[in-house]
Design a protein around this ligand. Structure first.
Ligand code: NAP
Length: 244
């Protein structure tokens, strides 16, 4: 396996920052997502800027039946995968409309499990490789304002934890990334607290450092680790009153 990273959901703002960071460290890239036209433009730009090989591939996280063929079509296989795609959705709509709730669950959880199961079996057989999963602090405790998205991310966090235990014997690194607020397309309509909101490039730096040092879990920015420690320890009766 050459030093290359497959980015799933490569048109996301965090994914674009991850692509720049890894390319600047000499990694070749496979940019996978639904909009191959815009990914091809990104690929051309990254190639020129960082003198690395970059390819664009079509990938749809919720087209589960296509995942095995997608993986089989990649040759040579990447040394690492970053699973970045996600869908925040609308909590209020999700409470009434199963299609909206299912989209959040399928994108953030089922789609990730479907493709990573396939990649994990390959890496296990090779006894090398790395899987970087972008979960969320929203998965650490269900909140009334976004528990459909949060519960899908909680499932993804638990999946990555189990996968890490299984693959540790095979020297495959599984990194769980838990971003707090990040200024991206996903959050552009939300009022985020400036001091707690990170830029995607900072998040990508944290991810690269955590990957390089073999960390199992990283909160980004770092202070979310302490914020979430506090939040998960608030007694349930008090938590109900907070209406978070
Ligand atoms: N921004 C935050 O505050 C924040 C906080 C915690 C965690 N996260 C997580 O970080 C990751 C990146 O999010 P972001 O903030 O960079 O958001 P973003 O810019 O809105 O990116 C979301 C990406 O997911 C892709 N996607 C959605 N459904 C897909 C599907 N069925 N197949 C393939 N790709 C699909 C979208 O692709 P299209 O361009 O094709 O729509 C888009 O590129 C997500 O997993 C998100 O949950 C974000």
């Amino acid at each position: 396996m050459n030093k290359s990273l497959l980015i799933l959901g490569a048109s996301s703002d965090i994914a674009r920052a991850i692509a720049r960071k890894f390319a600047s460290e000499g990694w070749d890239l496979l940019l996978a997502g639904r909009d191959t036209e815009s990914l091809s433009k990104d690929a051309a730009d990254l190639k020129l800027r960082y003198k690395v090989n970059v390819e664009a591939l079509r990938f749809d996280a919720v087209d589960f039946d296509s995942h095995q063929k997608f993986w089989d079509g990649i040759d040579p296989k990447p040394l690492a995968i970053a699973c970045v795609f996600g869908y925040l959705g609308d909590q209020k709509i999700s409470e009434r409309d199963w299609t909206e709730a299912k989209r959040a669950i399928d994108t953030n959880f089922t789609g990730a499990v479907s493709i990573l199961n396939i990649a994990a079996n390959y890496y296990e057989s090779q006894k090398s490789g790395a899987i970087i999963g972008i979960s969320s602090v929203a998965g650490d405790r269900g909140r009334m304002s976004n528990y459909i998205y949060g519960s899908a991310k909680a499932g993804f966090t638990a999946y990555l934890s189990g996968l890490r235990s299984r693959l540790s014997k095979s020297r495959v690194h599984v990194l769980t990334v838990k971003p707090g607020f990040v200024a991206t397309k996903m959050t552009e309509n939300l009022k985020l607290p400036g001091l707690l909101t990170a830029q995607p490039d900072k998040v990508a730096d944290d991810i690269f450092r955590a990957y390089r040092t073999g960390r199992p879990v990283v909160y980004t920015r770092w202070f979310w680790r302490w914020i979430m420690l506090l939040i998960i320890h608030i007694p349930e009766r008090m938590f109900l009153k907070l209406k978070l």
